[in-house]
Design a protein. Sequence first.
Length: 51
Amino acid sequence: MAGISGEVKAEIIAKVKGGAVVLELSRQYGVSYQTIYSWLKQKVEGTVSLV
């Protein structure tokens, strides 16, 4: 499997944050939805919520 470039990964994450549907992005970019959720989890870990 070819690696996903950091730019594409950042683009996908930004689209999810903007309200895009993960499953649609998965199909569009040819990346499994599990991988996208894994990236999102990695982004969230280490952040602090003040809520």
